[in-house]
Design a protein around this ligand. Structure first.
Ligand code: UD1
Ligand code: UDP
Length: 374
């Protein structure tokens, strides 16, 4: 029997963990691989929520998160911390996902040691280095030297080819977030209690249409966050809707949302939901307002209209499929577009068909086979 290929999966935030766990499950179950996991702890509570539900115990946990961390100190700590783990583990491959500081620094630490990098969710581009910030540059850095690029869509693969990436190194796989969504949906079907924690809110808001809200982007800090809060407050004045808003743990988000929205009748400001409960929110909502990347991918798969509170998106597939609409961070525009969907059944119906532009839930199988071939 040949020596298994040693893979070190490196991640550290909530969305990376969600998009990584199906791959970690598959690598752990496949004897062709010796699978190791290093978490940076860039996020703490929100990462642990995912590790717990997915049953993953990391081999290395750098526990790096600092309150209100800056990009430079975070990146410096990531680079040295992950570098030490690489020196210890000496993997054949390092796998990173997406565009966070952990993904960028993990890839760079591998490159400094001439360890090949495989990039999951490669090729997303907004074309604007300030939106999303700093993610657009993080993923370009990883894409500039990765040896394998797992592009979720043909659009992402085309962006990589435009940047002169070798087409033989690009695999169109679908996005692993759809694999994760299928997995969690199956878990909830078997154990409904996993997602039963919203029952009190569901009773409190019975008869109202639910609007789910999330917001955390760094480029929206300050004026953008204030405008999003203003839009949520104004929409909540409608008697027929209720807003459920799991507030990101970033203090720059919490101070604005708590100051503007705490205590309002039709607004539930709640702690970040674990993944099964967030899946439940996606299921019961009429509409999502978000600046999240992952939510833009999940909502179309479930046929839930999404108003994307950003100026640009590197995920145009949701907009092209008709389920997502870019509304920016102008409060008047957000309120007007949400009211249009709430008041015009034809407009709502046009946006609420399920599409799967981001994948068929089989991305992990394709990634594993490509890793096995090297
Ligand atoms: C990070 C990523 C962003 C990703 C987002 C997903 C970078 C630069 N940013 O943004 O790409 O879209 O995660 O959510 O990689 N905090 C906690 N507990 C947690 C998580 C965060 O207290 O579990 C607080 C801490 O004070 C921390 C701060 O939030 O310092 C910011 O966390 P950080 O990971 O730097 O940035 P995010 O805005 O979460
Ligand atoms: N999510 C979650 N609980 C929440 C909010 C979001 O589990 O309270 C999940 C959501 O389903 C999606 C991911 O977190 O898979 C998105 O993470 P986030 O918005 O923090 O980051 P982004 O995707 O913008 O990088």
């Amino acid at each position: 029997m040949s020596t298994p290929i040693k893979i070190l999966s490196v991640f550290g935030t909530r969305p990376e963990a969600i998009k990584f766990f199906p791959l970690v499950h598959a690598l752990n179950a496949d004897s062709r691989f010796d699978s190791r996991v290093c978490v940076s702890g860039q996020h703490r509570g929100m990462l642990d929520q995912v590790l717990q539900i997915a049953g993953i115990t990391p081999d290395h946990d750098l526990d790096l998160m600092q309150p209100d961390q800056t990009l430079d100190s975070l990146t410096a700590n990531l680079l040295t911390g992950i570098g030490h783990v690489l020196d210890q583990e000496k993997p054949d491959w390092v796998v990173v996902q997406g565009d966070t500081a952990t993904a960028m620094a993990g890839a760079l630490a591998a490159y400094y040691r001439k360890i090949p990098v495989a990039h999951v969710e490669a090729g997303l581009r907004s074309g604007n280095i300030h939106h999303p910030w700093p993610e657009e540059v993080n993923r370009k850095i990883v894409g500039s030297f990765a040896a394998l690029h797992f592009a979720p869509t043909e659009t992402a693969a085309s962006a990589l080819k435009r940047e002169a990436v070798d087409p033989a190194a690009i695999h169109v796989t679908g996005n692993t977030v759809i694999d994760a969504l299928h997995w969690i949906t199956g878990e909830i079907e078997q154990k409904p209690e996993l997602a039963a924690g919203l029952a009190d809110l569901e009773r409190r808001f019975a008869g109202k249409r639910i609007i789910g809200v999330t917001s955390h982007r760094r480029e929206n800090f300050g004026g953008g966050m204030e405008a999003i809060a203003d839009a949520v407050r104004r929409l909540a004045e409608r008697g027929d809707v209720a807003m459920i808003f799991p507030v990101h743990l970033n203090p720059n988000v919490r101070k604005v949302m708590n100051a503007q929205l705490d205590g309002l009748d039709n607004v539930a400001l709640i702690e970040p939901l674990d993944y099964p409960h967030f899946a439940r929110l996606l299921d019961i909502c009429t509409l999502m307002l978000t600046d999240s990347g992952g939510v833009q991918e999940e909502a179309p798969a479930l046929g839930k209209p999404v108003l994307v509170m950003r100026e640009t998106t590197e995920r145009p597939e949701g907009v092209e499929a008709g389920t997502a609409q870019l509304v920016g961070t102008d409060a008047d525009r957000i309120v007007a577009e949400a009211n249009r969907l709430l008041d015009d059944p034809d407009a709502y119906a046009a946006m609420s068909r399920a599409h799967n532009p981001f994948g068929d839930g089989q991305a992990v199988g394709r990634i594993v086979e490509a890793l096995a071939k090297g």
